[in-house]
Design a protein around this ligand. Structure first.
Ligand code: SF4
Length: 437
């Protein structure tokens, strides 16, 4: 009886959520989502950053002001991004994962792959006994044969491919209860399905090996011819084909692995729409969408553009937008350096680094432990994809101005710890834990 009730409630909840995601405008949807308070472990919350965020939220409930918060400690002035850290999807995934652990003490609990791209959160889950079935590249860590219907399988915030869900169903493993797929990722899937219904081809701007892009592509190809492109350069190759400057074999040389089975560029570029991996650089997705619109306008004429190009601006995730807009605002300040905190395989964090390093000496670190001393830091180079040792980390001056921000999968407590580490190294007179906001 309890199972039936829980299933019914789940179906009702999913129907309401799908309705809200598909039919409510962002102006109504976002305040509703923001009202939701998640129950996440206390050690992810922070005594100080949470206060900073709460204060800003109170002063600016409609999130109109993207200017940073300044915390002045005398020896260091921290210029803190207006928006950063855990987003709706991440808090939802953490809440559900810990619920799965607490509700099933006698069962084996698996996660399809890393729940989010943050090493501390993933390690914490593993220490609670959660096992990852695949790594982030899709390599099998635990054979499917070992997993059975008695076990619990959690779907991460990125979602899962149609094929994986089918496999779980064949093994009678129910996953709805602990499916943590972010509603904003599902929104992209729903939009792709709608595009397919209207005979559009779905162009997905994303990294083809990223879990979310794999899941989005897998859902999209069920209803629409689909292709994954990584940047504007690849959009240019599609445009070259549409304008007849390259032929199908040149097209497939680049896209053979990245388009749905049976994809025929001669037929499938008649109507297109662009969606994205939600953590891509929003401005780049927009640039690609604008470029594809221009391409289709050139081919079919301004009067017919609505028949050949779908406006899909509404699929960009609010958190990615907010975090990137707040980072762009940081480019207007003067600072000695910038520190970005997050997992090195986190796409959204990498984009924050990309934006900041245009103007500032920027260090991308996982935790406070990468700060070896005032002079030495071990930071990730997003271009060479490796951790490098840097000397001359903190400048030798009376007051250092330091920008700080973090990715959507980084706990606020980790940001607190980095701030405190820098305060210790600069002999600041007060601790972060004692300041009065
Ligand atoms: S970044 Fe956006 S899409 Fe990704 S988990 Fe967070 S809210 Fe969801």
């Amino acid at each position: 009886m309890n199972d039936l009730l829980s299933l019914t409630l789940q179906i009702v909840y999913n129907s309401i959520k799908n309705y809200a995601l598909n039919f409510l405008s962002e102006d109504i949807l976002l305040p509703l989502l923001r009202m939701k308070k998640f129950d996440i472990p206390a050690h992810y919350r922070s005594p100080i950053i949470s206060k900073v965020k709460a204060k800003r939220k109170l002063e600016d409930p409609m999130k109109k002001d993207f200017s940073p918060t300044i915390l002045d400690f005398g020896s260091v002035e921290f210029i803190i991004s207006r928006h950063f850290g855990f987003c709706y999807g991440v808090e939802n995934a953490i809440e559900k994962s810990y619920k799965a652990i607490n509700e099933n003490p006698d069962k084996t609990i698996y996660l399809l792959s890393q729940m989010i791209h943050n090493p501390e959160v993933n390690r914490d889950l593993q220490e609670q006994g959660v096992q990852f079935i695949q790594d982030t590249q899709g390599n099998q860590l635990i054979e499917w044969d070992r997993i059975n219907s008695e076990d619990i399988v959690i779907i991460p915030a990125f979602g899962a491919t149609v094929e994986t869900k089918q496999l779980l169903e064949e093994k009678n493993i129910t996953f709805d209860q602990y499916n943590t797929t972010c509603p904003f990722v599902e929104k992209v899937w729903n939009r792709s399905a709608k595009l397919g219904k209207d005979d559009h081809t779905v162009i997905i701007h994303g990294k083809k090996n990223h879990e979310e892009t794999k899941a989005t592509f897998s859902h999209s190809k069920e209803t629409s011819p689909s292709i994954v492109i990584k940047d504007l350069k690849e959009a240019q190759i599609i445009a070259d084909f549409i304008h007849g400057t390259i032929d199908a074999s040149a097209f497939f040389e680049v896209f053979q692995e990245n388009c749905s089975v049976g994809f025929d560029p001669e037929i499938h570029f008649n109507k297109v729409g662009v969606v994205n991996q939600t953590t891509m650089l929003a401005s780049e997705t927009q640039e690609i969408a604008d470029f594809m619109k221009q391409t289709m306008t050139k081919k079919y004429g301004q009067n017919n553009i609505k028949l050949h190009f779908a406006d899909t601006r509404d699929t960009l995730c609010y958190a990615t937008n907010d975090n990137q807009s707040a980072t762009l605002e940081l480019l207007n300040v003067e600072a000695d350096l910038a520190v970005v905190i997050g997992g090195y395989n986190s796409s959204n964090t990498t984009h924050l680094v990309e934006l900041l390093e245009d103007k500032f000496k920027t260090f991308f670190i996982k935790t406070k432990d990468e700060i070896m001393s005032a002079d030495e830091v071990h930071a990730f180079d997003i271009h060479k994809k490796q951790v490098k040792r840097h000397m001359g980390f903190l400048p030798k001056k009376d007051k250092i101005k330091l920008i700080i921000t973090s990715g959507a999968s980084c706990p606020d407590a980790t940001v607190d710890a980095v701030i405190q580490r820098i305060l210790d190294l600069t002999n600041a007179p007060i601790s972060i834990y004692n300041i009065d906001l």
